[in-house]
Design a protein around this ligand. Sequence first.
Ligand code: HEM
Length: 128
Amino acid sequence: MTGKNMKNDIVNKKDLKQLVIRFYGKLREDKILGHFFNHVTPVNWNEHIKMMYGFWENVLFFTGDYSGDPMRKHVAIHKKHPFSLSDFTHWNKLFIETVDEMYKGENAEIIKQRAQSISTIMQIKLFK
Ligand code: HEM
């Protein structure tokens, strides 16, 4: 493959931003998960996406400005409208699919692995 068909790795903040925009764009429209963001705890999408740049930058490059408490937020969501295991399975699948659509390389592998780890920890805490 050459030129525009060649996938690059996630090498900088700009690449990460493109990923975040695409992933949360999908979540927003998603039949299974969209309602959490649009109805259960409605987010301001501009604000949410901005915050998620920082979160994912922390996860991949350790440089983001995110300093929230995701576990506390998801526990609160779970109380209002319980997550199911299959919600997380779907989230994981969407995340991996989105990374694979856009990027290929070491950082692409790392971010998928870290996302899965965080997701697993969340599930263990929520479903214990
Ligand atoms: C079933 C899967 C998931 C759903 C439906 C979901 C839904 C949501 C929703 C609705 C919010 C907004 C909460 C609010 O502003 O009150 C949120 C925030 C957030 N989510 Fe998730 N989430 C899921 C899984 C995950 C996973 C696996 C991660 C990490 C890998 C994650 C990371 C975050 C972070 C960092 C925030 C921002 C928390 C803050 O305000 O500081 N989420 N999520």
